[in-house]
Design a protein. Structure first.
Length: 387
């Protein structure tokens, strides 16, 4: 998604840019700006933009007087020139709609809409964000083949996975009626995390169910979304299938609030062409318990997976806690629907704030507890083998 803002009002350009980035509508590297028509033409010749936001009163060159006729000339060039890459959508903005006068209809003939964008109101930025969001989802819908995509969701412990239904409903409302499979294993107790046999039982059940879905949809690309303990069940199930020579039925695996260890070896997924997107929450302190006390588990859903990141493994860091991904529909719609639609590359995001007390002190204590946990587990295993 590329956005071009053509506006000679630097403060307004900065305000819109910061808003779009802050709301995760687009990334900082996806926004381009131009303060006059000539600058805009150069950028339009070099790049294709999904959305262009155009000030309807703009100068032709830098330091010249702004006039609506120059905006008209730019719109004319966009429509008729073979050398300009035409934006998919054009949104006009002006400080006061009254300034358009008799030109308003002509602008709206070229633009999707003309929005009043003055400094006394902040609502105009949200309107532009909504139009861009819609265009992004429209792209996802255009690139989506219903017959080729199935979505599987897996919830965490001590929850009924209400978000699974919401993600399905949002997908059906905004993209298409693609098949959804919400895997549920009950309101499992926290104590089940400590029992290896309980893990194996859940993995076995998930594998059996997954085999049935794959057999019924042999040509489908599967996109998985898992949260908390569900991430452990999913990855362990896929690892078991891989070990036994079965094809891993996944195109993309999205993990959130993952209880997996940060040094978990995911190479079997990337080697099999499976993309892993690991969504982390900066204040996910629930995972401290997993890291410090529960054998075999960790806090990859807070600190990410260690090692090299590339197109097959992306850690994304957001503010919030263990289940903040599901507070309302905003995160699901902006961060997960495009993944289902297969729009573009998924890029790293890092919203973490620095806190010496948390990062340098408390988290080090948690990591230290995790090392002690590992030593105790290894000692018990060694002692058991001796007897």
């Amino acid at each position: 998604m590329k956005v071009l803002i053509v506006d000679d009002d630097g403060a307004r350009t900065a305000s819109l840019t910061n808003f779009l980035i802050g709301q995760r509508v687009v990334g900082s590297d996806e926004i381009y700006t131009a303060s006059n028509v000539d600058d805009a033409v150069v950028k339009l010749k070099n790049f294709h933009f999904d959305v262009m936001v155009l000030d309807v009163v703009i100068p032709k060159r830098e330091s010249e007087k702004a006039d609506s006729k120059y905006a008209f000339s730019l719109l004319y060039k966009i429509r008729h020139s073979q050398h300009i890459k035409k934006p998919s959508k054009i949104i006009g903005i002006t400080g006061y709609l009254e300034d358009l006068g008799s030109f308003r209809q002509r602008f709206e003939d070229y633009c999707l809409v003309v929005i009043e964008a003055n400094r006394t109101s902040a609502g105009w930025r949200a309107k532009i964000a909504q139009y861009i969001d819609y265009d992004y989802l429209a792209q996802a819908h255009r690139g989506l083949s219903i017959a080729e995509v199935n979505v599987i969701t897996i919830h965490g412990i001590r929850t009924f996975g209400e978000w699974q239904n919401r993600l399905r409903n949002l997908t059906h409302a905004n993209l298409a009626e693609i098949p959804f499979h919400g895997y549920r294993y009950g309101y499992t107790s926290f104590l089940a995390l400590f029992h290896k046999k309980s893990h194996e039982k859940h993995v076995g059940r998930l594998r059996s169910k997954l085999r049935g879905i794959v057999a019924s949809n042999p040509n489908s690309n599967f996109v998985f979304f898992a949260h908390s303990f569900g991430t452990f069940l999913l990855v362990e199930t896929l690892r078991l299938m891989w070990k036994q020579g079965e094809k891993i039925p996944a195109k993309t695996v999205v993990l959130s609030g993952s209880v997996l260890r940060s040094d978990y070896d995911l190479s079997f997924l990337s080697d099999g062409g499976v993309r892993v997107i690991n969504d982390c929450a900066h204040s996910d302190y629930v995972l401290w318990l997993s890291e410090a006390f529960i054998p075999g588990l960790g806090m990859a859903g807070k600190v990410g997976f260690y090692g090299f990141e590339n197109s097959m493994l992306v850690n994304r860091f957001f503010l919030g806690g263990h289940s903040s991904y599901f507070d309302g529909d905003d995160f699901l719609q902006r961060q997960w629907l495009p993944i289902i639609g297969g729009v573009g590359d998924v890029k790293s995001i890092d919203d973490r704030t620095s806190s010496a007390f948390i990062n340098d002190f408390l988290e080090e204590i948690i990591v230290g507890c995790g090392r002690i946990k590992d030593r105790v587990v290894n000692y018990i295993k060694g002692f058991s083998r001796q007897i």
